[in-house]
Design a protein around this ligand. Structure first.
Ligand code: SAM
Length: 192
């Protein structure tokens, strides 16, 4: 995934089949000043309209690739680490989190940082793949994860992301499962 062309090439069929539709649905709820965490190659950038966006992406190649997708939009892309956000408390109206809680080493720390920089009453918009509710499929995910992590830049197939978010006390106001319950869309109200 470190290779910029490979990432978009690999993801293209999945994007066309369902992912792009899910991204659009979630981003239709985004308003105000937005922080996007781990923006990768900037797949979401074409979906922002008049939004004022700051996007952080630690991988240099992915970040450089994403700059080609900024065009004339109000999107500032910088290097950054979700576990140690460089922003002030309450700086953003919404935080966009797509396909990164599976990857970030300490995703609880990242979520607490997101809570801090998002305004009280702001929105945290999450699209993630998750550990399956079906026990057999969940075991297969457990077996595959050590190998998958090595080829997919640390991505875990088996994180219980919804439970982790709930256990941290976040208020999930909307939750939708998609693609055979492998993916979830969450709208979280940042009550703090
Ligand atoms: C699967 S990609 C998803 C990229 C993008 N969010 C998307 O939806 O296409 C995971 C991204 O998380 C980024 N990432 C990994 N660790 C991170 C961290 N600690 N802070 C911020 N982003 C991180 C990776 O560099 C990568 O761009």
């Amino acid at each position: 995934m470190g290779n910029k062309c490979n990432y978009d090439f690999f993801m293209d069929p999945i994007e066309k089949k369902f992912l792009n539709k899910l991204r659009k649905k979630l981003l239709s709820k985004a308003e105000g000043k937005i922080l996007e965490i781990g923006s990768g190659t900037g797949v979401n950038f074409e979906l922002y309209e008049k939004h004022d966006v700051v996007a952080i992406e630690p991988d240099n190649k992915l970040r450089m690739e994403s700059l080609n997708k900024v065009n004339d939009k109000k999107i500032k892309v910088i290097s950054g680490d979700a576990e140690n956000l460089v922003f002030e408390d309450n700086e953003f109206d919404a935080v966009v989190v797509m396909l990164i809680l599976c990857t970030i080493p300490d995703n609880k720390k990242a979520l607490l940082e997101i809570r801090r920089v998002c305004k009280s009453g702001g929105k945290i918009l999450v699209l993630e793949h998750i550990k399956h509710k079906n026990k057999v499929l969940a075991v297969i995910q457990d077996i595959l994860t050590p190998v998958w992590k090595k080829i997919a830049m640390g991505c875990h197939l088996n994180r219980k992301t919804v439970d982790i978010i709930r256990d941290l006390g976040f208020e999930i106001v909307e939750k939708e499962y998609h693609v055979g319950d492998n993916f979830v869309l969450l709208e979280i109200l940042n009550n703090k």
